[in-house]
Design a protein around this ligand. Structure first.
Ligand code: MD3
Ligand code: FE
Length: 214
């Protein structure tokens, strides 16, 4: 009898906290569709390093699609209907992203999630994202769906105060993380990306964060 522990249908969802679910590989079958959808977004709204209210530049490069996009400048963090670089509305949220976000949220127990904002973060090896809360959205009752592409990352899942201890969670190409409810305001961050070359994405990690911001 040939016996194997390999789960040929892929790993199962993992509940990381009461309202935080990791869906390993959930986006894998859609990667080419997502990248096809992202290409025109990046042409219209290229990655840029935004200025922080403190006057530094963010290590993560970013752009947005959807009716609202997350921006940072000397005046602070907020959502804006227009790209400050072009002055134009952000590119529309592609159907492939809306569809993936809705299915992932449903798989994690959040019904009828319709995002209006997709923040696209770009990490090079060495780039980190320091511990923070996502609190620029209008309704913290809405979940957030995050899609990881490219180089693996170690994401830090903290508590409700900056000083609370954090857990390290590995995020790989194609993984989707969904969180909401009481976990919505947890502190979180990303450790520096280790050097490497991803076979499809090259020397980068891209994270798509889908939110209902307005
Ligand atoms: C689970 N982005 O854009 S997404 C951000 O990978 C941001 O680019 C990170 O934090 C990234 O604001 C992390 C995954 C994530 C974020 C926050 C969480 C998972 C979370 C908060 C609570 C639980
Ligand atoms: Fe965040």
């Amino acid at each position: 009898m040939i016996q194997s522990d390999l789960d040929l249908f892929g790993p199962q969802p993992q509940r990381l906290a009461s309202h935080t679910v990791l869906l390993p590989g959930f986006a894998l079958a859609q990667v080419e569709r997502l990248l096809d959808a992202l290409r025109p977004v990046l042409r219209a709204a290229p990655f840029r390093h935004m200025r922080t209210p403190g006057g530094l530049h963010m290590a993560v490069a970013l752009t947005n699609c959807g009716s609202l996009g997350w921006v940072s400048d000397a005046k602070g963090y907020r959502y804006s209907p227009t790209d400050p670089v072009s002055g134009e509305p952000w590119p529309a949220l592609p159907e492939a992203l809306l569809d993936l976000a809705g299915r992932a949220a449903a798989a994690a127990g959040f019904d009828a999630f319709i995002p209006d904002a997709c923040l696209v973060n770009h990490y090079l090896p060495g780039t980190r994202l320091s511990l923070h809360q996502d609190r620029d959205e209008a309704d913290f009752g809405q979940p957030i769906v995050s899609v990881s592409l490219g180089l693996p990352a170690v994401f830090l899942l903290g508590g409700f105060q900056r000083s609370d201890k954090t857990r390290r969670i590995a995020l790989s190409h194609g993984d989707v993380l969904v969180w909401g409810g009481e976990d919505r305001l947890r502190f979180h961050g990303v450790l520096p990306i280790k050097p490497g070359v991803h076979p499809r994405m090259g020397e980068r990690r891209i994270n798509l964060t889908l939110r209902k911001a307005g």
